[in-house]
Design a protein around this ligand. Sequence first.
Ligand code: ADP
Length: 422
Amino acid sequence: MSSVLLGCIADDFTGATDLANNLVRSGMRAVQTIGVPDGPLDRAAEAVVVALKSRTIPAAEAVQQSLAALRWLQSQGARQIYFKYCSTFDSTAQGNIGPVTEALMEALRADFTIATPAFPDNQRTVFKGYLFVGDVPLNESGMRNHPLTPMTDANLVRVLQAQCRRQVGLIDYRTVAAGEAAIARRIAELRSGGCAIAVVDALSNEDLLRLGPALKDLPLVTAGSGVAIGLPRNFGIEASAAAAQLPRAGGAQAILSGSCSEATNRQVQAFIAAGRPACAIDPLRIAQAQDVAAEVLAWAEPLLARGPVLVYSTAQPQAVKAVQEQLGVEQAGALVERCLAEIARALVERLGVRQLVVAGGETSGACVQALGIAQMQIGPQIDPGVPWCHAATGNGTGLHLALKSGNFGAQGFFTKAFAVLQ
Ligand code: ADP
């Protein structure tokens, strides 16, 4: 099996998929693993993204998990390491972006790296070190009220410096616009001035493509998913449809939706309005110990031969609030997740489902865990940030999976998804 070129460590699950999706679109065959695998890869890949859940855990634990991921990636032959965080630079006052970056630098004996969450395709740009979300600086965006990682300063040099012992500097947009040689000169200048980490401006994909070649010899790159588009060329890899090729899809099709986000609500409504079979699950009935999963499976079984079925707990905010008031927020979430995960498992193991779409970040995590999936090959994109994936299953038939985080995807996502796979 050919060895891994680019080894990536992502601080959350859907962020890992987002990065893997960008790498595939730029020509690298990519596999995403759920946590640090305890064995080798189950198929060849040029890039591997280890998905951790380390964004908001204590910094020391995030460091430990990231170093474990690094060791595993090195054992697979990774030549360059990419630490991926959110494009809104989500972090607390203690980290975890700074501490993880410095621990990886130390382990890799790297005296210099870059940091930039720029992702112009998603309206994340960095100008003079300030991060913009759409038209406003980070601290004026919705991120200022984030429940776990409120971002109240858009100046990334300042934000990162507060989390680091090493000195943080800036490679500004003029240098980036001037291209590889100018960026290399600036890196040399920063290095000789004692600076170890540089925030990099980027306003467009062209900036990211100009940045790519200048990063060729860095053992470590830290970024959102945007920088990934400029790296495959450093390994002699060009964009190609072959990178997104998955094994042939077959079997029955199903959608499980536990997301209550606005976009998902619209997608569920569109699927129902198109006259497709859909079955709602009621959290209060699950709480009363009714066997909701068995009812849903009995409903789905005769329909699966005729096309995709949808099982959803997706509801409007007032309905969700009413349920949460009765059951508690966490209890309601956990009950629904467990029920959907049990349905996912039965659909795949008993009813022949081989193409499964799951809507909701937490819901996806629960389903992937119940299905015992540890590695997924990343395939073609359905909508921005959401690709089809393929995972090996115990009985050898394999499963095609699309994991959609809440606000992703256009209105017709559920029907479009299966069309993309054909
Ligand atoms: P998103 O990606 O949209 O945030 P998640 O799956 O991450 O979706 O989160 C949705 C949460 O809401 C899950 O914990 C899920 O179990 C819970 N949930 C889903 N449907 C309902 C409902 N009808 N009432 C209460 N909670 C729900």
